[in-house]
Design a binder for this molecule. Structure first.
Ligand code: DGL
Length: 276
């Protein structure tokens, strides 16, 4: 089923072919992936970015795996139609459930996000990993943690925190973190959900310990996968014109385009958090 949010006119599609920059599609269930987008734009402003948040169907964290795979596939089809050279699943849940499969199905590199378990283990003897239920039960996280036996990891599946952050940011309110964060005495916290990274300073204040998130690592991988080139033969760029509310602009040479019905919302939050 083609997603309602993802519809664009033929005219807009045509504009896509006018640009020259390498396009990177960044996807999340909602606003969480903006934390990854921010890191990617900071490190690699030479690329053109498409951001698609499936806000209407967020959160994904407790949905059945088969459903998440279908949603992720729809998003990547959208990026493919718009000439993406790579896609970033800026969602730990989508990565845990679907990244391997998407790599087999799509012709471009599909990057996932990974909780910064390695960085935490390199510095501390214990870490609390906060993530969604789907990520917590994933084989991918289990294997990742098993690589660092010297660190004691406590994995906390959080049923409602991503939804709380999604809702509060969209409504311009403070999230009630205390209602969701479990008590813990680990030496540090690892954020295993990109939504949590948007309030990492508040989570750090809540526990009073350092907090690790994987956004910068994802941005570095993107740059190495695409070879650091800003312009590629046959690559395509910007299709939403500058008067469109979904065009963020090119200040500092960057281009970020927001897709779907929630585009204005995601654009607003991105600007508030990353373009101060
Ligand atoms: N931001 C996502 C993640 O990193 C998804 C959260 C959700 O939709 O439940 O897991």
């Amino acid at each position: 089923m083609r997603q309602k949010n993802a519809n664009f006119s033929k005219k807009e599609d045509k504009k896509l072919s006018d640009g020259k920059k390498t396009i990177v599609g960044v996807f999340d269930s909602g606003v969480g992936g903006l934390s990854v987008l921010g890191a990617c734009v900071r490190l690699a402003p030479q690329f053109s970015y498409l951001y698609y948040g499936d806000n209407a169907r967020a959160p994904y964290g407790s949905r059945p795996a088969g459903e998440i795979v279908c949603f992720v596939r729809e998003a990547l089809q959208l990026f493919r139609e718009r000439g993406a050279a790579a896609a970033v699943l800026a969602c730990n849940t989508a990565t845990a459930v679907a990244v391997e499969r998407m790599r087999r199905e799509f012709p471009f590199p599909v990057l996932g996000v990974e909780p910064a378990v390695k960085q935490a283990a390199a510095r501390y003897g214990s870490a609390l990993v906060l993530c969604t239920p789907r990520t917590a039960e994933s084989e991918r996280l289990r294997r990742l943690i098993a690589r660092f036996p010297a660190c004691r990891f406590t994995v906390a599946p959080l049923e409602g925190l991503a939804a709380e952050i999604e809702r509060s940011l969209c409504e311009g309110k403070e999230p009630d973190l205390g209602a969701h964060l479990p008590p813990d005495r680990s030496a540090c916290v690892v954020l295993g959900c990109t939504h949590y990274a948007l309030v990492s300073d508040k989570i750090a204040a809540f526990y009073g310990v350092p907090v690790f998130d994987g956004a910068a690592g994802t941005a570095r991988r993107l740059l190495s996968v695409l070879g650091g080139f800003g312009e590629a033969e046959g690559s395509l760029g910007g299709y939403i014109n500058k008067s469109s509310p979904s065009f963020l602009g090119e200040s500092g040479g960057e281009q970020v385009f927001f897709l779907g019905e929630s585009a204005p919302l995601n654009e607003k939050i991105y600007k508030q958090m990353f373009k101060k």
